[in-house]
Write a protein that binds this ligand. Structure first.
Ligand code: ZN
Length: 91
């Protein structure tokens, strides 16, 4: 079964706050939860996981960060399904 990781970072705080991204384990930005090999940014967050697909979505929603999205690069199927807008976060 595919594994997924959830990245939480405040790196872009000056651009509007923390954000959460959901990645597949094999994604170049995720690298099994170790972050992008090229560094810069994705490494400065906190990786949570691995989770299965539904767990990852639930965990990401539970963080209650308004800017929560599936990775456009590795989660094409989810993006196709719900669009690249924010994941629905419970009020
Ligand atoms: Zn990704």
């Amino acid at each position: 079964m595919s594994k997924y990781y959830v990245l939480w970072t405040r790196l872009h705080e000056k651009f509007g706050g923390a954000y959460v991204r959901i990645h597949a384990a094999g994604c170049g930005y995720c690298n099994e939860g170790r972050g992008a090999l090229l560094g810069r940014g994705q490494n400065s967050g906190i990786w949570h996981g691995p989770y299965d697909h539904d767990e990852a979505l639930r965990f990401a929603e539970g963080l209650a960060v308004s800017d929560t999205r599936p990775c456009r690069r590795c989660m094409r199927s989810v993006v196709d399904q719900i669009g690249h807008g924010p994941v629905a976060v419970p009020a």
